[in-house]
Design a protein around this ligand. Structure first.
Ligand code: TEU
Length: 552
């Protein structure tokens, strides 16, 4: 690992546009419907580009819109070279690219190459017979003692193996049964994937978000897991770095793009192997020490995670910062306070994500403080992960109501409800019937309202993004946590050359004394941004969910 201690970070790391970017994630099917069929579409994204430009984000990450039977909302691809009817066609896609670029923004596409849909023609061929030339493009194994090859679970099913009558073998799937894993050991398959990646890059896209990219290499011999529930045996296996380096050589290095890998089950020691600047694999990563492993807010743990990742990547790799996405419950509900302090806590979490080291991501609706949801019945939900788990538990004989309650807080549908544009029917998302119910609070929380309120979460985000554009310290500055073990306060510095910024956050519903504000002789004159009005009496106190950014 490259490690140089004393030098400021800018001397060690080259500047790059993607390091300076703010990424906005568009879950297009829930963003804006222009046809009235209840699904958002690419045309709907074009319609809202001026809104996104106003917010100031630079890079748009679009969730998958390749052809797909939609068992897992596009993460089960049946044709990598086609666009799903629901999303649009190549004409709209080309226009989208032109319109995005005309506004000085960029697009990264979500790409799933760990698995395909079981409806993909490759899999249809592969499953047809043992000696089909594509048999080896997927992972087939004989059973053991009348059961599956090993005890592994999959993300969305009790077993990672599915029996196929026709050829008397099991195939392997890390996710749903309908998402068979590709066999990356097969050279021909890898070349076909690289060709497909070039196809999209040659259309002018600006990079990829690579779905569960550290799962490509499988454990040799598929041994039983000690605890099948951990799932960590699915990722980071020997050979993974050869695949990613090859991908970089064959594809990435020939384009000026951004690559962000979805990398579960890693800490910084392994993380740096994916994003180390000397390693020629990926630019940056999503790790899941927060989103997967910290179910509710835990300040000490969060601080410890941030510190460890900062130290682990300092001078050698680039992190990403996010608290929610299409898989993880909206941050103001999960990690903030979506009641009395919704606005304050939405702003506070925003300030934190935009001032910690790494690329900040905004998930659609986060910029207006959208919340999680609670629908009355399992029938109102669509998430394959939730529904499969519900069935598994109820089939064991458990009380359905209890299982439902248990699954509600982290259901992926919490983040997938339609975007709130207006207070009109269906939140202005569709003139038809939305594919998933709208969150009933759209009359209070919507874009129209936010744009008419200079104190809204929207304008706070806009300011954060603007500050990042104009101040390198937010991107390249060194990071130092000053708040130690405090359970509620998070106080840290970012320093670049002679500029030092101090960020002071109170993550609690109580006012807290903050002596560090005295030690650093902060004054309201140096205050760049805050989510409360100034009050001389509160100079050294932080009010509930208060967030302040000083230049000192
Ligand atoms: O997610 C991987 C996944 O299973 C996440 O739900 C998990 O919480 C974490 O991110 C990794 O441990 C990706 C996609 O984002 C998700 O929508 C897909 O369903 C999944 O891959 C399968 O393609």
């Amino acid at each position: 690992m490259l490690k140089t201690e004393q030098k400021p970070i800018t001397d060690q790391l080259k500047k790059a546009w993607w390091k300076e970017a703010v990424v906005y994630q568009i879950y297009w099917r829930s963003f804006n419907d222009t046809t009235g069929n209840g699904f958002g579409d690419l045309e709907g994204v074009i319609e809202k580009l001026d809104y996104l430009k106003e917010l100031g984000v630079d890079v748009l990450w679009l969730n998958p819109f390749y052809d797909s039977p939609d068992v897992d909302n596009g993460y089960d691809i049946s044709d990598y070279y086609a666009i799903m009817d629901k999303a649009g066609d190549f004409n709209v896609f080309n226009r989208l690219m032109t319109e995005v670029h005309a506004r000085g923004m960029k697009v990264i596409m979500d790409l799933v190459v760990n698995h395909t849909s079981d409806q993909h023609p490759w899999f249809q061929e592969s499953r047809s017979s043992k000696n089909n030339p594509k048999r080896d493009w997927y992972i087939w194994k004989d059973g053991v003692n009348g059961g599956p090859p090993n005890n592994w679970r999959s993300y969305f099913a009790p077993s990672a193996w599915e029996w196929e009558e026709q050829t008397n073998q099991y195939y392997f799937h890390s996710f749903a049964v309908e998402q068979p894993d590709l066999n990356w050991e097969n050279r021909e398959l890898r070349e076909e994937i690289y060709r497909m990646m070039r196809f999209w890059l040659d259309k002018g896209i600006d990079g990829f978000r690579l779905d569960v990219i550290n799962l490509l290499a499988k454990q040799a011999g598929f041994p039983d897991a000690e605890n099948p529930y951990t799932l960590d045996y699915l990722g980071n296996n020997p050979g993974i770095h050869d695949f990613l380096h090859e991908m970089h050589e064959e594809v990435f290095k020939h384009y000026d793009i951004m690559t962000v890998g979805e990398i579960p089950f890693v800490g910084p020691e392994d993380g740096v192997l994916y994003v180390g600047e000397d390693r020629e694999e990926l630019h940056t990563l999503f790790h899941f020490e927060v989103a997967d492993d910290m179910p509710s807010w835990d300040m000490r743990r969060f601080k410890e995670i941030q510190k460890r990742w900062y130290e682990g990547l300092k001078g050698c790799g680039w992190n990403s910062q996010f608290l929610n996405n299409h898989d993880h419950t909206r941050q103001v509900t999960r990690y903030g306070n979506d009641g009395k302090y919704r606005v304050e806590s939405a702003k506070q979490l925003g300030m934190m994500i935009h001032t910690l080291p790494g690329i900040p991501y905004v998930y659609q609706g986060e910029e207006i403080g959208m919340t999680g949801v609670r629908f009355p019945s399992i029938e109102d939900y669509n998430d394959v992960a939730m529904k499969n788990k519900y069935k598994e538990e109820v089939d064991k004989g458990r009380d359905p109501e209890e299982v439902f309650e248990e699954l509600l807080p982290l259901s992926r549908d919490n983040s997938r409800t339609p975007m709130h544009w207006t207070a009109e029917r269906n939140a202005g998302f569709t003139s038809g019937t939305p594919w998933i119910k709208t969150n009933p609070n759209y009359k209070d929380i919507n874009v129209e309202r936010a744009l008419n309120d200079s104190n809204s979460v929207f304008y706070f985000y806009k300011t954060l993004i603007e500050l990042r554009k104009n101040n390198d310290v937010m991107v390249y500055g060194d990071f130092e946590d000053l708040s130690g073990q405090d359970e509620h306060l998070y106080i840290y510095k970012r320093t670049l050359h002679s500029t030092t910024w101090l960020i002071a956050l109170n993550h609690s519903e109580e006012e807290k004394e903050c002596s560090l504000l005295k030690d650093y002789e902060t004054s309201f004159d140096q205050l760049i941004l805050s989510n409360y009005d100034n009050d001389e009496n509160k100079r050294y106190k932080l009010r509930p969910y208060e967030a302040r950014l000083y230049s000192i």
